[in-house]
Write a protein that binds this ligand. Structure first.
Ligand code: ADP
Ligand code: ZN
Ligand code: ZN
Length: 820
C-alpha cells in the first residue's frame, strides 16, 4: 500500500494522509493536486507533499484519494520548502500558506451538483426540510449545494440531501469545476499553395476586379511578412481587420477563394508588448558608483540596502541589475508594496524588457494569474516578474535577484488572514533558497533594515543626490497654534504661507499636492448641545463623517448610516466637526480657488483601479492642478511639475500610541515632500504643525534620516523593542467579555510561567472592539538570538493546554510575528 501526505486548504493540521488507489500509484507524486474527501461529504483540492509506504496510523480509517488532477506537479520543489518556512516562522498551518499561495483557478472547489429524480414517488411522508429541498428544484433538474442552500435558506442542506438520496429522491454527482479556460483566437495565414511568388502573382491577377480584397491581401502580406521567413509573424484576424480597415466580408472573400486560410490557436492572456525593447539610460557618475558598490556588497553579502533619496534614480539602478541577471539566464522578482503604484513602473519596465516582463497581482483576473503561474512552471526562461507580496509564491526556477522597492512600507506585511508574513523578510529567505541576492531600496529605509545594515548583516549603499542635480525641497514650518492664537487662521485649514505659495505656483503654471492622512470630512462629529458622539455598532470607535452623502462611516468595519437630522439624545439639530479629512480640504480649496481644477486621491475617490489611474493620469497631464490626498500620494509616484507640497497637519501623524509612530511619521513626511520639485526646479514644502519645535519636525526639515534612526534606536533598546527584540503578539478575540478576560489572563499566566518577563499583558488595545469582537493582546518580547523554533514549541504546548478549557472555545486566537 502506498500513501500520500497532502495539504488541505484548512487551518487545522499541517498535513493529512490518504491512501493512493492502485491505478494511480505511479502518478501521484509530490507537487500534484488531488481531490480528497474531508469531513462530511466535502471535497477539497489538496496538494501532495510526500508519498510513502506502510500504514500511518491503524486506529484511524485512511480514506482513499478520489481523483488526481495533474499529470505533472504544479509546484516546483523549492516552493514547498518556502511554504514550510513561512508556516514555521509565522506560526501558522501549511494549509494557510497553501490558500495564500495558489491562485484560486488552481484551487478547484467541489461544486456538488444535485440531480432531481423525476420518477421519484414518496412511499412515506417526507420531513419538512426534505420537502423544502425538493420544492427548490421547481423546474430545475440540477442544482449545486450552494444554490440549494441559497434557495431554501437552510443552513446546512447536506444531511437533508443525503437522506433524500437514501430515499432515492435525488442523486448526487460530483462535478468538478475546471478553473482555468484557455483562450483561443482566430489567426490568418497564406494557404500552402500560394506560398510562392508565381502563384501569388496569379492570385493578384485573379483579384484585379476585387479591389478591396486585393488591398486586404497587400496589407496582409505587408504586416505578416509572410513571404520572408526571417521576419514572418502570426497575424490574428482581429489585428488584420483593424490594420486594413476592411470588413469581415472582404476577408471572407479571400478565404473563399482559398488564398488565405484561418486557424484557431490558444493565445496567451499575458499582454505581449510589441514594441522593440529600448536600451537602459546611461547611469550618472553617482548612480554608477552606487551600482558598483552594490556589486561589491553582493560579493560577501546576500542582502544589500540601497538608501537613495527620492528621485535619485534608484529605479535606473534596478534596471541595470535586472538586465544583467536576465542576461545570465536567471529570473528576477521585482516587489512593490501596492498594486496602486504598479502602473507607472510597468510602463517603464515594459519598454525595456518587452515580453520578458510578467506582471502578477490580485487585481488581475484569476485566469491571467494562472497563466503567469503556468508560464513560470513550464519554462525556465529568464523572466522578470513585477508583483506585490503574493508573487513570492510563484513557481520560480532560478531566482537570481529579488528587488524590494519601497522596502519600508507596512503594506508588505500581510494582516489578515494567515499567513501573516512580511514579504520583505520572506523575500530574503526565498532568494536565499535559490542562491540569489536581495536588494532593498528606499528613500526612508525601515529602521529594522537600516539596523541590519549598520551591524553588517546587510550591505549598505547610499545615493544621496537627486538625478539632474535637482535640490531637495525647502521645508517651511508653520506654527498653526500661534496663527490661531493671533486669529490669523480662523475657520480655515490653510495658513497664509501655504495659500500664498500655492497662488504663486499656480500662476507659474505649476502643480500642488496637499497631504492629509485622514479621509472623509471629519474624523469625529458631536452634538453641539449635549456632546453626543455617534459610535459604530460593531466596533469601539467613533464614526467619521463623510459629507458627500451625509454619511457616518466606520473606518474599521465599513459600517455606514446616515447622519440623523436631530440628535437622538437631546433633539439638538447642530453638530460640530472635530478634526478634518481630505473631503473637507477639498471643499475649502474649491472655495479658495474656484477656477482651478482639483482632484482627490484617497480610498473613497479611488475605489477602483480605473478611478485611481484616471486621477493620476489627469494630474500627470496637468489637467488637474491641485491634488489632495492621503498616504496614497506618498508611494513612489513621479510627477514632473509639482513645486509646492502642503502637509496640512503633522500632529495627527505623530501623536498615536505605537513605538513606530515617529519612524512612520518621518517616512511619510519625507516621502510626501519628495513629490515636490522633481526634475529641474527646487520645490517647497509647507509643513503645518502645532509643535514646530518638536525634534522630529526638525529632523524632517533637515532630511536628517540618520539622526532620526539614532534617536529611535536609543528608545527602542531601552524599552526592549525591535530591532533589539522580536515582537510576537498573541491576539485573542471573542464576543464573550467574561470568557475573553478569564482565558487571556490564564493564557498569559501560563506563558509567564515559562517565559518570565518576556510576557506582557494581557493588554487591551486602543480600539477594544472591532467587528463585534472584543480584543485582548498578549505581547511577547523575545531576544532575537533565541530563534523562533524553541519558542514555537513552548507556544504550541501552552496552546494545547488552553484547548482543554471549555471557555477557550469561545475565543479566536492567532499569532502575529513581527507585527507592523
Ligand atoms: P527614484 O526611484 O530614486 O525615486 P527614479 O529612478 O524614478 O528615482 O528617477 C527619477 C527621475 O529621474 C525619473 O524620471 C528618471 O527617468 C530620471 N532619471 C534618473 N536617473 C536617470 C538617468 N541616469 N538617465 C536619465 N534619466 C534618469
Ligand atoms: Zn445632543
Ligand atoms: Zn465598525
Amino acid at each position: 500500500m502506498r500513501y500520500a501526505d497532502v495539504i488541505l486548504p484548512l487551518p487545522l493540521e499541517n498535513s493529512y494522509t490518504y491512501r493512493i488507489p492502485e491505478d494511480l500509484e505511479k502518478n501521484v507524486i509530490p507537487g500534484c493536486r488531488v481531490i480528497v474527501h474531508f469531513g462530511k461529504k466535502r471535497y477539497y483540492t489538496a496538494i501532495v507533499i510526500e508519498v510513502h509506504e506502510g500504514t500511518p496510523d491503524t486506529r484511524l480509517e485512511t480514506k482513499e484519494i478520489y481523483a488526481l488532477l495533474d499529470a505533472a506537479p504544479v509546484l516546483r520543489r523549492p516552493q514547498l520548502r518556502f511554504w514550510r518556512w513561512i508556516s514555521s516562522y509565522y506560526i501558522c498551518k501549511l494549509g494557510d500558506v497553501y490558500k495564500a499561495a495558489l491562485p484560486s483557478g488552481l484551487k478547484l472547489e467541489s461544486e456538488t451538483a444535485v440531480i432531481y429524480n423525476a420518477d421519484f414517488e414518496a412511499t412515506a411522508p417526507l420531513r419538512p426540510n426534505e420537502q423544502t429541498v425538493l420544492d427548490a428544484f421547481h423546474g430545475a433538474s440540477r442544482l449545486t449545494i450552494a444554490e440549494l442552500e441559497r434557495k431554501t435558506g437552510l443552513r446546512n442542506v447536506l444531511p437533508v440531501v443525503s437522506s433524500l438520496m437514501a430515499k432515492g429522491a435525488v442523486e448526487v454527482s460530483e462535478e468538478l469545476k475546471r478553473g482555468f479556460v484557455p483562450r483561443t483566437s482566430v489567426f490568418i495565414r497564406l494557404s500552402e499553395e500560394y506560398r510562392d511568388e508565381a502563384r501569388l502573382q496569379a492570385a493578384f491577377e485573379e483579384l484585379k476586379r476585387a479591389r478591396k480584397q486585393e488591398s486586404l491581401l497587400v496589407c496582409f502580406l505587408d504586416v505578416s511578412h509572410a513571404l520572408n521567413p526571417a521576419l514572418a509573424r502570426e497575424l490574428s484576424k482581429k489585428e488584420l481587420l483593424e490594420r486594413s480597415g476592411c470588413t469581415p466580408a472582404v476577408l471572407d472573400g479571400l478565404l473563399k477563394r482559398g488564398i488565405l486560410e484561418c486557424y484557431e490557436k490558444e493565445v496567451s492572456r499575458l499582454r505581449m508588448s510589441v514594441c522593440r525593447p529600448l536600451t537602459p539610460n546611461p547611469l550618472t557618475p553617482a548612480q554608477e558608483k552606487a551600482y558598483r558598490e552594490i556589486h561589491e556588497a553582493f560579493r560577501s553579502k546576500d542582502v544589500c540596502l540601497l538608501h537613495g533619496v527620492t528621485s535619485s534614480g534608484k529605479t535606473e539602478i534596478y534596471i541595470r541589475l535586472i538586465d544583467e541577471v536576465l542576461r545570465l539566464g536567471r529570473q528576477v522578482l521585482y516587489l512593490l508594496p501596492e498594486i496602486a503604484i504598479t502602473t507607472q513602473i510597468t510602463e517603464r519596465l515594459a519598454k525595456l524588457f518587452g515580453d520578458k516582463l510578467l506582471v502578477y497581482h490580485s487585481k488581475f483576473s484569476d485566469n491571467e494569474r494562472v497563466e503567469v503561474w503556468n508560464k513560470l512552471l513550464h519554462s525556465g526562461e529568464p523572466l522578470l516578474i513585477l508583483g506585490v507580496r503574493s508573487s513570492l509564491f510563484l513557481p520560480f526556477k532560478d531566482l537570481g535577484l529579488v528587488i524590494v522597492d519601497e522596502e519600508h512600507e507596512n503594506t508588505y506585511k500581510q494582516q489578515d488572514p494567515a499567513p501573516r508574513y512580511h514579504a520583505r523578510n520572506a523575500a530574503i529567505v526565498l532568494a536565499g533558497m535559490h542562491g540569489g541576492k536581495t536588494l532593498l531600496g528606499s528613500a526612508t529605509p525601515s529602521i529594522d533594515s537600516y539596523f541590519n545594515a549598520l551591524t553588517g548583516k546587510y550591505g549598505l549603499v547610499e545615493l544621496l543626490t537627486r538625478y539632474g542635480d535637482c535640490l531637495m525641497p525647502e521645508i517651511v514650518t508653520v506654527d498653526v497654534k500661534e496663527l490661531r492664537r493671533k486669529k490669523i487662521m480662523k475657520d480655515t485649514l490653510f495658513s497664509p504661507e501655504l495659500v500664498g505659495r500655492m497662488r504663486e505656483a499656480l500662476a507659474r503654471d505649476e502643480q500642488v499636492i496637499l497631504f492629509q492622512n485622514r479621509r472623509g470630512f471629519a474624523p469625529m462629529i458631536a452634538c453641539k448641545a449635549c456632546g453626543w458622539v455617534p459610535h459604530c455598532v460593531n466596533c469601539d470607535v467613533s464614526l467619521a463623517y463623510h459629507k458627500a452623502n451625509r454619511q457616518l462611516v466606520c473606518h474599521y468595519c465599513g459600517y455606514t448610516y446616515r447622519l440623523p437630522e436631530v440628535c437622538p439624545e437631546c433633539g439638538g439639530v447642530e453638530f460640530k466637526m472635530q478634526g478634518f479629512g481630505t473631503e473637507k480640504v477639498e471643499e475649502e480649496i474649491a472655495s479658495l480657488f474656484p477656477a482651478v481644477r482639483i482632484d482627490r486621491l484617497d480610498l473613497d475617490s479611488a475605489r477602483t483601479r480605473q478611478a485611481y489611474e484616471r486621477i493620476l493620469l489627469d494630474f500627470e497631464k496637468g489637467k488637474t492642478r491641485i491634488l489632495i490626498g492621503t498616504q496614497m500620494l506618498s508611494k513612489g509616484l513621479d510627477f514632473g511639475n509639482v513645486s509646492v507640497v502642503g502637509i496640512l497637519s503633522a500632529d495627527s501623524l505623530m501623536n498615536f500610541p505605537d513605538f513606530r509612530a515617529h519612524e512612520r511619521a518621518f517616512q511619510l513626511m519625507v516621502q510626501v515632500s519628495g513629490r515636490a520639485g522633481r526634475r529641474d526646479k527646487r520645490g517647497t514644502v509647507v509643513l503645518q504643525t502645532t509643535q514646530p519645535g518638536h525634534p522630529l519636525i526638525q529632523m524632517v526639515r533637515r532630511f536628517a534620516y540618520k539622526e532620526m534612526v539614532r534617536s529611535q534606536l536609543e528608545e527602542r533598546s531601552m524599552f526592549r523593542y525591535p530591532p533589539y527584540y522580536r515582537l510576537i503578539v498573541l491576539v485573542l478575540r471573542s464576543r464573550d467579555a467574561e470568557a475573553l478576560r478569564e482565558m487571556s489572563g490564564l493564557y498569559a499566566e501560563k506563558l509567564r510561567a515559562r517565559l518570565g518577563e518576556r510576557v506582557l499583558g494581557p493588554v487591551t488595545p486602543p480600539v477594544t472592539r472591532i467587528q463585534t469582537l472584543l480584543i485582548k493582546k498578549i505581547v511577547l518580547k523575545v531576544e532575537i538570538s533565541a530563534g523562533i523554533a524553541p519558542l514555537r514549541e513552548v507556544l504550541e504546548r501552552v496552546h494545547a493546554e488552553m484547548r482543554a478549557y471549555e471557555a477557550f472555545k469561545r475565543l479566536l486566537v492567532h499569532y502575529d510575528v513581527d507585527p507592523v
